[in-house]
Design a protein around this ligand. Sequence first.
Ligand SMILES: C[S@@+](CC[C@H](N)C(=O)[O-])C[C@H]1O[C@@H](n2cnc3c(N)ncnc32)[C@H](O)[C@@H]1O
Length: 350
Amino acid sequence: MATLPSERPFPSTRYYGSKRRLLGWIQESLSGLRFNSVLDAFGGTASVSLLFKQQGKKVHYNDLLCFNQFIGTALIENAHTLVTETDLQQVLTTPLPDPQQTIQQLYKGVFYLDEENRWLDDFIQKVFLLGDKYKQAILLAALFQACLSKRPFNLFHRANLNLRTRDVKRSFGNKKTWDRPFEELIRKFIREYNRAVYDNGKENRVVGGYNALDCPNGVDLVYLDPPYFHDHHSTGLNYQDYYGFLEGIANYRDWPELVAHTGRALPKVKENEGIKDFTSKETISAAMEKLIDRFQDNIIVLSYLDQGIPDPAAIVSLFRKYGKRVKLHRKQHQYALSPQTRQELLFVAR
Ligand SMILES: C[S@@+](CC[C@H](N)C(=O)[O-])C[C@H]1O[C@@H](n2cnc3c(N)ncnc32)[C@H](O)[C@@H]1O
């Protein structure tokens, strides 16, 4: 488990673009800035929100995707609530009068084994019967991490259960973890989330599932960590595509209606329109400008990568167009799910 600069452990995660391993550098780059409140507009795993929370700031967390908002609720909004072994036992033994079998029906043979699908359908519905919003959020956040760790490449954009079940010699992945029971993994992640829960004396909150371009403001500093668009690719990172299964869990009851029947082996959860702003070559530069326009009165801190669209010089020009003074910090970084070393950029615009 990584440790934040203040020695408080941050829950482990396997999420594309997570800044967890860059928090020390981000903290250092922002030292000297004066602010009391912050909006993390593309919050993801809430790692940067948690850094700000630990610095005693009032934190507003946002992410377009619903499953991430549960993580924000568990870690950022939640100041005191933990999930105990008794809570977990209570959830596991709750009777389910009329169970839905969404995963068993829609995802048979896609991501997990039949008995795991049955366990998931059962567990998720029981979690949603819980009365306590924060316990529910921790249990779901732990479940998401368990689901990710049992997936080859930690993603859900390919129907490739066979990568796990085939009896072959492997040069990648962690078959041992893929085969660990959900219940065992969830216990481990509950412990990690519990350890990160604390009160910083501020009313931190999840503002919702806004498109960052329309996100409510009212803070001193806005941290922007949009999906990256590589200049050699025709489309950007589509988080809804990568993590659609978790989005389905977060919307369990409506999941069957949310699935677009594309006739393919892999059911896809219908796309949220806002996701396209950062995944299409036609819209990415305009979306970046809209972001800067929207938050021009705030201190803006923007994370991006080199070799992206727009490129660093274009981003600096955009900031200047809105009258901002910009400092650009750079760091070589190797992302967990990528073989290449990339240059991580942090624009601090005042
Ligand atoms: C690079 S990740 C953020 C990672 C985060 N800072 C962390 O450390 O985990 C980008 C996030 O933006 C979210 N997202 C994508 N399009 C969005 C939009 N239009 N508005 C708000 N969030 C969006 C994705 O769900 C994803 O979690």
